[in-house]
Design a protein around this ligand. Structure first.
Ligand SMILES: C[S@@+](CC[C@H](N)C(=O)[O-])C[C@H]1O[C@@H](n2cnc3c(N)ncnc32)[C@H](O)[C@@H]1O
Length: 349
C-alpha cells in the first residue's frame, strides 16, 4: 500500500510533490484493473513454467497481442511480472500469488474485489457516505449475501468462498497456535464459509468436535473441505441464519464476520452466540483492528469496502469492546495472528 503519511510529510509546502502524490493515489483505480485483467486473462498461469513473450501469452489466451504486451508491461511496472528483455516476461513473487491453485494465492480475491458485483457498488460509493449505508442493494438489487445466494450467481459465490479460504491461509495457523482450548469440547465456526478455521483447529486438537454454521448455499463447501481433510467424523455443517439461531458450543469462532455488519446486527450475532453458550463459554474473534489515525492502515481501507459493499464496519478496539459489553462478552487476550489480523478472545460474562 502507498505510504500516504510519508507523502504528506515530505511534501509540506511543495505543490508539485503534492500533485504527484495525488496522481499516485489516483492510479489506484488503474492498478486494481491491471491485477484484474492479469487474473481474468490467466497471464500468470501462462507464465507458471517459465518466461514467455507477450505474443506467446496472447496466442495461448486468444487475446490481442499488442494489448496483451501493454498489459504485461504495466504489470511489470507494478512488480507483478519481471521483464526479461525482447518482449519476454516472467513471474515475480507477487505474480506467483496471482496464479490459480497455489498456496496463498490471492487471485480469487482480486477477481472478487474488481469483479462485477463489487464494482457496481463502488460506482455509488459517495452515496454510501452520504447515506451511511451500503449501496449494494441499489447496484445489484439485493444485499451482498442475498445476491451471492441466488442460483444464477453460484459462480460468484464459489469464487467468494475461494477468496475467503485463500485469505484464511494468512491467519488461521497463527490463530490456532495462539488459542488455548483447555476445557473446550465443542466449537462452532459462525459464518465459517468452507470451514478453513474450524478444520485447522480440529486437525491440531484431536479431542475437539466442530461445526460450521453458514447460509444453505455455502455449507456444502465446508462438507467437501472436511472430507478432503479426513475430518468428517468430528465435523458437521449446519445450514442456517446466525440472526435466527446458532448451535450450542463451548467455543465460537467468528472470523471476519462482525466486520460485515453494522453495530446493531453485530451485537445481534454476538447475543445469539452468548445465549447459546454455557456458563464459562468463550469466543475468538478474528478481525483487522483499526489502529492509529493518520498512519497507513489496511483496516481503514478495508473499512471503505465494508461501508460500500457489505454495510459493515472495520472497528478499533474501543468499538469492539462496546459491541462485546452490549452482548454479554468481555475481551481478554488480544494478539496478532498474521496478515494484519488480530485474535480477540472473549469470555461470557
Ligand atoms: C466475510 S465471510 C467470512 C467467512 C469465514 N468466516 C472466513 O473468514 O473465511 C462472511 C460469511 O458469513 C456468511 N453469512 C452471511 N450472512 C449469514 C447469515 N445470516 N447466517 C449465516 N452465515 C452468514 C457468509 O456466507 C460468509 O461465509
Amino acid at each position: 500500500m502507498t505510504d500516504t503519511t510519508q507523502i504528506a510529510d515530505e511534501t509540506r509546502n511543495d505543490p508539485a510533490a503534492d500533485a504527484a502524490g495525488l496522481m499516485d493515489l489516483m492510479l489506484g483505480v488503474v492498478k486494481i484493473q491491471v491485477l484484474h485483467a492479469v487474473a481474468v486473462l490467466n497471464i500468470t498461469d501462462h507464465l507458471a513454467d517459465g518466461a514467455r513473450t507477450a505474443e506467446e501469452v496472447a496466442q495461448r489466451e486468444g487475446s490481442q497481442p499488442r494489448a496483451t504486451y501493454r498489459l504485461m508491461r504495466a504489470a511489470a511496472s507494478l512488480g507483478v511480472l519481471s521483464y526479461e528483455g525482447e518482449r519476454r516476461f516472467g513471474l515475480t513473487g507477487r505474480g506467483q500469488l496471482l496464479r490459480s491453485g497455489v498456496p496463498g494465492s490471492l487471485r480469487s480475491m482480486v477477481l472478487i474485489q474488481a469483479g462485477y458485483a463489487h464494482w457496481q457498488s463502488w460506482g455509488l460509493f459517495p452515496e454510501a457516505v452520504r447515506q451511511g449505508t451500503s449501496q449494494t442493494k441499489e447496484a445489484l438489487g439485493a444485499d451482498i449475501f442475498d445476491y451471492l445466494g441466488r442460483p444464477e450467481n453460484a459462480d460468484v459465490a464459489a469464487l467468494f468462498a475461494d477468496a475467503m479460504a485463500d485469505l484464511s491461509t494468512l491467519t488461521v495457523r497463527g490463530a490456532v497456535a495462539a488459542l488455548d482450548t483447555a476445557g473446550v469440547s465443542t466449537v462452532v465456526d459462525v459464518g465459517g464459509s468452507d470451514g478453513q478455521f474450524v478444520l485447522e483447529l480440529l486437525a491440531a486438537r484431536p479431542g475437539l468436535r466442530g461445526q460450521v454454521l453458514d447460509l444453505p448455499h455455502v455449507v456444502d463447501g465446508a462438507r467437501r473441505e472436511a472430507d478432503k481433510r479426513g475430518l468428517t467424523e468430528r465435523f458437521s455443517a449446519v445450514p442456517g441464519d446466525f440472526f435466527a439461531a446458532v448451535p450450542a458450543a463451548d467455543l465460537y469462532l467468528l472470523k471476519t464476520v462482525l466486520h460485515d455488519w453494522d453495530d446493531d446486527k453485530a451485537i445481534a450475532i454476538l447475543r445469539k452466540c452468548r445465549s447459546a453458550a454455557p456458563d464459562g463459554g468463550r469466543a475468538l474473534i478474528v478481525e483487522t483492528v483499526v489502529g492509529e489515525i493518520g498512519k497507513p492502515d489496511f483496516a481503514t481501507m478495508s473499512d471503505m469496502g465494508m461501508l460500500c459493499v457489505t454495510g459493515g464496519i472495520e472497528r478499533d478496539l474501543d468499538e469492539f469492546d462496546a459491541l462485546f459489553a452490549a452482548s454479554g462478552w468481555r475481551r481478554g487476550k488480544t494478539y496478532p495472528v498474521g496478515g494484519g489480523y488480530h485474535g480477540l478472545e472473549l469470555d461470557a460474562v
